[in-house]
Design a protein around this ligand. Structure first.
Ligand SMILES: [Zn+2]
Ligand SMILES: [Zn+2]
Length: 479
């Protein structure tokens, strides 16, 4: 049921009347491919009507409206044009269910609380026992906050049916494939195909224990537990959330907690349908302040900020004045409410700017003020679309070059020409012998680079290309 046809009159019309809407060409996509992508994306997720006989002005208006709706949903700049940020979001693998659709307006939910589920087949990407465990845990996520219970059955008709499939599959009304192959989809109660949860076998599925899921995003393996928990949310009646922290956000993030992936928004949503759990778990203990001097202390990101060094961890950062041996512990949001927690990389350049990175986005602090117009996607810095997050970044004052570490590789960026240097990425271990292969955080101080991985820290001499000291990560915190 692929509704889009390459050479339909609407396609030709759009490519003429919307050429101005595509100022950039992220990835290697041609303008034609971009037009097709936008069209298909909006048809699938924003109820754009596919009507080849529309008048030019009418189709332009409805397309612009739909682009605006999508930009509002994802909190992008609302331009009504398929600009680079918009295209970047559109091109990422996502859930196949729409962001706006008529069925989300009237959700009855299941009329019983004791539900059954059945796993109809398995993916070759994972051990069967790992699939069973991931699906079981995904149901647990929702039973913990509602009166719902889920019992697995091995034969007969189940309420919820889990399957892996490709392309056109069975009688499912949503084939996988096309320009935007969805990761998965699931049909809500009160909808003809209710209770069916389908995972696209063209993607690679992984268990929590497959650590490369988080460490090498470019391999594009997806955590089955997290995706299943999201899809089961649909199968129970939830629509997409525009809260980027929510499990029901349409894009899957490897940064979601595998222990408890729900945000308050998800809990409010499901409890609006089914009510709270009759056995609420005990109030979670208040998070304790991380202990700076715990030998296991690690950091998400480290950067200089004028005379200070910021060691970021979750919602907090330690603020260190190396010359005063003074350490303060602060909430990131106290100073910069627009910055999210869980920053993954940060660096200060020679223009009194600090760039903060999380997932594929970055924010800019300029002269101690957050620059408007951010976050932007990292393909603005020259990263390919396949890169979904930066692990660490460090600026070298002597050369004006910034080093970006991703998995076991690094890129080099020229701050003067504002472009990526050619010949990258390179293997980190080839040029920084003795560190890594992976890096969580990095910064430059007194001519040395300091690299962090978990509780370990390396002092590195860039000229001699050698490690000069190995220390505990928290050596800067007066421990
Ligand atoms: Zn979804
Ligand atoms: Zn399906």
């Amino acid at each position: 049921m692929l509704r889009f046809r390459m050479k339909s009159p609407l396609f030709l019309l759009l490519s003429v009347s919307f050429s101005y809407a595509f100022p950039m060409h992220p990835g290697n996509k041609s303008e034609e491919q971009n037009v097709q992508l936008v069209q298909e994306y909006l048809e699938q997720f924003y109820e754009l009507e596919h009507e080849p006989k529309l008048q030019a002005w009418k189709s332009r208006n409805s397309l612009e409206d739909k682009i605006q709706q999508m930009q509002e949903f994802f909190q992008l700049n609302v331009t009504g044009k398929a600009d680079a940020d918009t295209l970047a979001v559109m091109q990422q693998p996502r859930c196949g269910m729409p962001d706006i659709a008529s069925f989300v307006l009237a959700l009855p939910g299941w009329s019983k609380t004791k539900l059954t589920y059945r796993i109809l087949n398995y993916t070759p990407d994972m051990k069967a026992a790992d699939v069973d465990r991931a699906i079981h845990r995904a149901f647990d996520v929702w039973s913990a906050v509602t009166p719902l219970t889920f019992t697995r059955i091995h034969q007969g008709a189940a309420d919820l049916k889990i399957a892996f499939a490709t392309g056109v599959h069975g009688r499912c009304p949503k084939p996988f494939g096309g320009a935007l192959p969805a990761l998965a989809h699931a049909f809500p109660p009160g909808y003809p195909f209710r209770g069916n949860v389908h995972f696209n076998e063209d993607y690679n599925w992984a268990a929590d224990s497959d650590t490369e899921v988080n460490d090498a995003p470019y391999l594009m393996r997806f955590n089955l537990f997290l995706v299943a928990a999201h899809e089961i949310g649909h199968a129970l009646g939830l629509a997409h959330s525009n809260d980027p922290q929510a499990l029901m956000f349409p894009y899957f993030k490897s940064t979601l907690s595998v222990d408890f992936p729900l945000a308050q928004d998800d809990i409010d949503g499901i409890q609006a349908i089914y009510g709270p759990s009759p056995h609420p778990p005990k109030e979670p203990a208040k998070p304790t302040l991380p202990k700076a001097c715990d030998p296991k202390t690690s950091f998400d990101a480290v950067t200089t900020l004028r005379q200070e060094v910021m060691f970021l961890k979750g919602k907090h950062y330690w603020r260190v004045y190396p010359s005063l041996s003074e350490v303060n512990y602060e909430l990131i949001s106290t100073f910069w409410p627009s910055l999210p927690s869980g920053i993954q990389a940060a660096y200060e350049n020679m223009n009194d700017q600090v760039l903060f990175f999380k997932d594929n986005r970055f924010w800019v602090l300029s002269g101690l003020q957050m620059e408007p117009g951010y976050p932007k996607t990292i393909n603005h810095l020259g990263f390919p679309q396949s890169i979904k997050k930066i692990d660490a970044a460090a600026f070298d004052k002597n050369t004006g070059k910034t080093y970006f570490f991703v998995g076991n590789q690094y890129w080099r960026y020229d701050e003067n020409s504002r472009s990526m240097d050619g010949g990258y990425p390179r293997k980190t271990r080839d040029d920084f012998p003795g560190i890594g292969p992976k890096v969580d955080a990095a910064f430059q101080h007194n001519g040395f680079f300091y690299f962090f991985h978990k509780s370990k820290q390396w002092e590195f001499d860039l000229n001699d290309k050698r490690v000069t000291r190995v220390m505990k990560s928290n050596s800067w915190l007066n421990c």
